[in-house]
Design a protein around this ligand. Structure first.
Ligand SMILES: Nc1ncnc2c1ncn2[C@@H]1O[C@H](COP(=O)(O)OP(=O)(O)OP(=O)(O)O)[C@@H](O)[C@H]1O
Ligand SMILES: [Mg+2]
Length: 331
């Protein structure tokens, strides 16, 4: 059985709930951000339940609507619509005696919610085009990364009666950034798994790598950490993982935020530098400088004014202005 890595008392209490609910066919609603382990937890509930030997069927409720949704869940009879060349079972039937995992439950199309609620209540339905009532024995676990209660409040986006039907035992999995103390353990366990999967020795991980992992917020949660480790594991054959082994797009998150680039400022800096350079070389002679810069003396005068570059009567640059400009250019 795949392990659900725990690292805190809060997570251990989640596992206690999991052991308890696994024994009963009670509806469980798992919530948490993307990648926090909702599907893994649903599988663990299934595997700890008396249904463990029977199928675990996962269906994403967000991708289909209308008849396609009905078809996916309840199946169809041969000839019930164009292309229905044979009888097909839907997810409810496939999960018979087992567990049906309804992922992204918040996305069930509004038009399908009434029928869906009815089926959830009596576990009886007709296949599309069928006239024989099918009865199944399934345990339902659903998951969402949205605030379902909020969707209920949003004037019918999600039916309140369906919400309460699904929400008998809620389990919330916190984001990885809220339980960073589990990171060292996760890194260790994931590297064990990778070493076994790819038949490659398990590398050591330098403390500074763990440190940088603990400073990061992991918006993609455990999935992001697992995928990053797999990438590092595959791309390096060294015995130790150090900061240099981490991909640059990951390390990028720790760089200073980029200063906004203002194109006018870029132009001003480049032009001022070029004008100063040339004026120095020609001893402050504006005619000559304009020629070298391929602009008219009038344009040069305009730029000198604009960039506040002072050239004294004898042709020399005003030292104070120069210092000021250079300080601006190379702060
Ligand atoms: N506590 C954990 N221990 C071990 N592996 C974990 C844990 N949490 C998540 N994972 C792993 O992280 C990956 C993502 O988990 P899962 O698919 O269950 O997330 P999810 O919450 O269903 O994400 P989504 O909302 O995007 O569907 C999987 O490979 C899973 O095995
Ligand atoms: Mg999922």
């Amino acid at each position: 059985m795949q392990e659900f890595i725990l690292g805190s008392d809060a997570m251990r209490s989640i596992m206690k709930v999991v052991h308890q609910v696994a024994q009963y066919d009670v509806n469980v609603l798992i919530t948490g951000e993307s990648g926090t382990g909702k599907e893994l937890l649903a599988k663990i509930i299934h595997l700890q339940s008396p249904r463990a030997e029977n199928p675990f069927i996962s269906v994403n409720c967000g991708v289909l609507s209308g008849l396609m949704f009905e078809d996916k869940l309840f199946g169809h009879e041969k000839g019930s619509f164009t292309g229905a060349i044979r009888r097909e079972k839907g997810c409810f039937e496939m999960a018979d005696q087992g567990t049906l995992f309804l992922d992204e439950i918040s996305e069930i199309p509004q038009e399908n919610q009434v029928d869906f609620l009815r089926v959830m209540e009596d576990l009886q339905f007709l296949r599309i085009g069928g006239n024989q009532l099918i009865e199944v024995d399934v345990r339902i676990i659903s998951a969402t990364n949205k605030d379902l209660k909020d969707k209920v409040k949003q004037g019918g986006a999600f039916r309140e009666d369906l919400f309460y039907r699904l929400h008998v035992v809620p389990i919330y999995i916190p984001a990885l950034r809220e339980r960073k103390n589990v990171i060292p353990k996760m890194v260790d366990r994931f590297l064990n798994q990778l070493a076994a999967k790819y038949k490659k020795p398990k590398p050591l991980v330098k403390p500074e790598v763990i440190d940088i992992f603990c400073r990061y917020d992991w918006p993609g949660n455990v999935r992001e950490l697992k995928n990053l480790l797999e990438r590092v594991f595959i791309l390096n054959d060294d015995e130790v993982i150090s900061i240099e082994h981490l991909p640059s797009d990951f390390l990028w998150h720790f760089k200073e935020p980029h200063r906004m680039l203002d194109l006018e400022e870029v132009k001003r800096t480049a032009e001022t530098k070029a004008i100063l350079d040339v004026l120095y070389r020609v001893g402050g002679n504006k005619e000559q400088a304009a020629k070298i810069l391929c602009i008219s003396p009038r344009t040069l005068r305009h730029k000198l004014n604009k960039y506040n570059i002072k050239v004294d009567r004898g042709g020399g640059l005003c030292l104070k202005a120069c210092l000021m400009i250079l300080r601006n250019l190379y702060p």
